[in-house]
Write a new protein. Structure first.
Length: 202
């Protein structure tokens, strides 16, 4: 399920900033997501999320799809992607460290790193433009930042009480009222293709 509509105010505000040209022409996007191994990982207790026969990319398979789907919503489809993936910790069979680079069809470059054995949890996206940058998180409830030569704006937008509320509402509007929904089956297939390219499956 896509995360695009989960925190609609935060991500649509970022889209508004981009479309209004507040950071100029977009040049590059970078996402770093990391967290320490959890108790289940360390105990080596079975977890389907880190079973390579089910999820070869481990937590990457579960989490990265939301951010990559969002990036295509914000910046357009991706035409090329590649990556390096490995298991650094040996706690489970799936990959736990992935790095990637990609190219959007409009010439914007992108890079990402996902590591599930770091000392600290971090979730940070930076969009660099010719006149400034935007900083935000995919999952964490951090403020979104707009940084230009003229201003440094910080907005705190809380998650809704029911995190899937806006996504479900937009699905209802799509099916019953014919309103446009940015995350459909076609975009999901595109995101799956990106992830397969990063993991070297295709």
């Amino acid at each position: 399920m896509s995360l695009i509509i989960v925190v609609v105010c935060q991500f649509t505000k970022i889209k508004e900033w981009i479309d209004a040209g507040l950071i100029g022409e977009i040049r590059h996007i970078n996402w770093h997501l990391s967290k320490p191994a959890n108790k289940q990982d360390i105990s080596k207790e079975y977890n389907w999320r880190t079973d390579a026969t089910i999820a070869p990319g481990g937590y990457f398979d579960d989490l990265a799809s939301h951010g990559l789907d969002l990036f295509t919503f914000l910046l357009g489809n991706i035409q090329e992607a590649k990556g390096i993936s490995l298991n650094q910790q040996g706690l489970y069979t799936a990959k736990d460290a992935i790095t990637a680079c990609w190219l959007h069809k409009n010439g914007i470059t992108g890079a990402g790193s996902w590591n599930f054995g770091c000392s600290l949890r971090e979730d940070k996206v930076e969009i660099y433009g010719s006149k400034g940058e935007i900083i935000f998180s995919i999952f964490d409830e951090n403020p979104i930042e707009l940084i230009t030569e003229k201003e440094h704006k910080t907005l705190n937008i809380e998650h809704p009480e029911n995190v899937q509320f806006y996504h479900i509402q937009n699905m209802r509007d799509f099916f019953f009222d014919g309103k446009k929904h940015p995350s459909i089956g076609k975009s999901a297939v595109h995101t799956s293709w990106i992830m397969d390219k990063i993991l070297g499956h295709i």
